[in-house]
Ligand binder design. Structure first.
Ligand code: PLP
Length: 377
């Protein structure tokens, strides 16, 4: 039997070993990482809400009103007023009949996908779908089919091949792909899923807060919200707090309440978390939220133009290739006070290691110029 030390040594040899890096203080534009002070280009806190004064106040208020823990799963006695307030806000903003919240996005994906499809059904995923969606599909017992990233021809063929049965077919895609920062061909995907009578789950983890007049995501921006059967997302990225949600028709949500194992067999998230997330959504649609979104897009447009890469989201990949090279570049930037994470196998395919630059509304022009100087000299 191979011992743990040997397995870790193997990871080390391939430059694939991961270790935790410790952050001092709050998430913000400037952080202390492993004791070094520098600029944070590594957070998904796109609007800079994680350390927002109003949200800190909301969290404290939530604790005052409801204590720190929820004490039970939602179906026992853990469904508290704050969870209901959050869900009402989500369905109002998404324009759906109902919504359901979870402790985080991971639990949302796993619980929802495995509740909505099962043995005999089919899940069709974009090849670059997030691990949580893949895990949900595996757990469901449904047949899993994968189409190459954004490849509509292949998606059409897959839909065709399973359209003859009366079992459920669920197409899954993300609005923004988390490691490449590019977007789904949502209009075409919707046309196809409608043509073949399939359902669509859209994961807006990196879309919420970033796109659309109200910041409700790519589906809002493209005017396609009502065509999405299952809206999904996290409240831990642009919303700056923690949690996950789905939104859609009442029966879909009720089915997840009844069959979503990560929902049923888990203590409800702290009510103060749900309350703060609700306040974060209010902030996202407010004038201030709009202003922060504009600032974020100014930053995206500026940096992508300077680095001559596409800027379709707040995630800008700087391609390197080999894992060792990406790690070395990350280290050298870190020593110069710039934090950009290296992303490598197995998160992305081998030989496609990259630095994953994430921008927020908090970055200044000078911050971006500093990064550009270090990357392209
Ligand atoms: C981060 C992420 C999740 C998981 O959300 P958490 O709240 O972090 O658990 C799900 N899907 C995608 C695409 C993500 O990027």
């Amino acid at each position: 039997m191979k011992d743990f030390t040997a397995e870790l040594a193997e990871l080390d040899e391939q430059s694939l070993r991961r270790t935790l890096r410790w952050l001092d203080g709050a998430q913000s534009r400037e952080i202390f990482l492993d004791g070094i002070e520098g600029l944070n280009f590594a957070s998904n806190d796109y609007l800079g809400l994680a350390n927002h004064a109003d949200l800190k106040t909301a969290m404290l208020e939530g604790v005052e009103r409801w204590g720190v823990g929820s004490g039970a799963s939602r179906l026992i006695t853990g469904s508290m007023t704050a969870h209901g307030m959050l869900e009402e806000k989500i369905s109002e903003l998404k324009g759906t009949e109902a919504a359901l919240s979870f402790a985080n996005g991971y639990a949302t994906s796993v619980g929802t996908v495995s509740a909505l499809v099962g043995k005999g059904d089919t899940v069709i995923l974009d090849k670059l779908s997030h691990a949580s969606l893949i895990d949900g599909a595996r757990l469901s017992g449904a047949t899993i089919r994968v189409f190459p990233h954004n490849n509509l021809e292949k998606l059409e063929r897959l839909l065709e091949s399973c359209s003859k049965t009366d079992s459920r077919v669920l197409v899954i895609t993300e609005s923004v792909f988390s490691m490449d920062g590019d977007v789904a061909l949502l209009g075409d995907i919707i046309r196809l899923k409608n043509q073949f009578g399939a359902l669509l789950l859209l994961d807006e983890a990196h879309g919420l807060g970033v796109y659309g007049e109200n910041g409700m995501g790519l589906s809002e921006y493209l005017g396609l919200s009502s065509e999405v059967d299952i809206h999904m997302g996290t409240l831990g990225k642009a919303a700056g707090v923690a949690g996950g949600y789905i939104a859609g028709c009442r029966d879909m949500v009720d089915l997840v309440v009844n069959k979503g194992r990560s929902f049923i067999y888990s203590t409800a998230p702290p009510p103060a978390q749900a309350y703060t997330a609700m306040k974060a959504l209010e902030l996202i649609v407010s004038e201030e939220g709009k202003h922060r979104r504009e600032k974020l897009w100014d930053n995206i447009n500026y940096l992508s133009q300077k680095l001559k890469i596409e800027g379709t989201s707040a995630i800008l990949p700087w391609h390197v290739g080999e894992s060792e090279e990406a790690l070395a570049l990350m280290e050298s930037l870190k020593q110069k006070g710039i934090f950009v994470p290296a992303i490598r196998y197995p998160t992305v395919p081998r030989k496609t290691a990259r630095l994953r630059i994430t921008l927020t509304a908090e970055h200044s022009r000078e911050d971006l110029d500093l990064l550009v100087g270090k990357l392209v000299g």
